[in-house]
Design a protein around this ligand. Sequence first.
Ligand code: PLP
Length: 416
Amino acid sequence: MSALSSTDPRIAELVDAERRRQDEKLRMIPSENYVSPAVLEATGSVLTNKYSEGYPGRRYYEGQQFVDPVETLAKERAEALFGVEHANVQPYSGSPANLAAYLAFLSPGDTVLGMALPMGGHLTHGNAVSATGKWFRAVHYGVRRDTGRLDLDEVRDLARAERPRMIICGGTAIPRTIDFPAFAEIAREVGAVLLADIAHIAGLVAGGAHPSPVGYADVVSTTTHKTLRGPRGAMLMTTAEHAKAIDKAVFPGLQGGPHNHTTAAIAVALHEAAQPDFAAYARQVVTNAQALAAALTARGYDLVSGGTDNHLLLVDLTGKGVTGKVAAKALDAAGIELNFNTVPYDPRRPFDPSGIRLGTPAITTRGLTAEHMPAVAEWLDRTVTAAAAGDESGLAATAAEIRAFLADFPVHTPAT
Ligand SMILES: *Cc1c(COP(=O)(O)O)cnc(C)c1O
């Protein structure tokens, strides 16, 4: 019996149920993944017991003989993998990492230009309900109504008119490649700092399946738990010029002690991401997403921007006669986990929008390839069609079919 199950059987039971759930479902939320047993082991290590405010060699607590080299390794691996001059691996997650970037370069009330949340941006890119929208003057760009793609002329015009101190590119529901050189040119023209938020695509960038913002953006922010396949955490990467400002913003500007167990797991994930098979993984994620996009398009689905260049698909279900939320709930019951999502210019409300967002990072980690995508599209289509008809009778059978299919693609996660 594990320590967890003898101390707290209820939590042990819930953790085990969640492990089984992750085993049995097609997990297609594009910001999620399966970490390796090595990453999981580092996350659950004794490093969680240690306080180490400060940075390697400059700490406010004693006993850093082993934590210092752990953080130094994580930092050096990030710098080598992404080709940056400086990496800070301490941000607790993507949102505080972004707030640290604001803190490093802006004063309250300063103007930021980011992608609007309903167009594919993130809350922390100046949305009104976020601290970044309350404490800063946020201006937003979107995508074109006719193409579903970002309009760089609009970004340039807005930047010239609003003179932002910081421009943010990247987002949570962008199915297309981000043009970092074009953003850098606009930022340079108006004298703004460029923050590239690659939280979703960091693994694709590391694996060479998406262009890198390095050399274009002043600061790169990323989570470590999405396509990068590490623990829940984040990193800020920058040039030597901005290194001090970023470090001071993270600590002591925004945070206290770093989560050393997470830092160790980030180091492990970065080591894994530097192996040749990770580049193959990143390419396969995109190949799978494009195969799925083709299969769904063939079934009459309306994909925002007409397809995908990366790991995610944004589908407008208006033509299918069902809302995103109703479809997502039916799909969950049918063994396919994804999320309802606004689509650009969505006439519906964010809590029951017109679209769904799905992606291939997690199923690719399990070993699914392009040949399996027509079957995934068939399960999706079958369930969306049933949801539109209000028919729940077949959902459990689809879930059972998916469970049986996935048994051939085991998740290598140890049981509690
Ligand atoms: C996920 C995400 C974040 C926030 O990360 P959290 O770890 O959830 O705080 C920030 N920016 C983008 C673009 C994201 O996709």
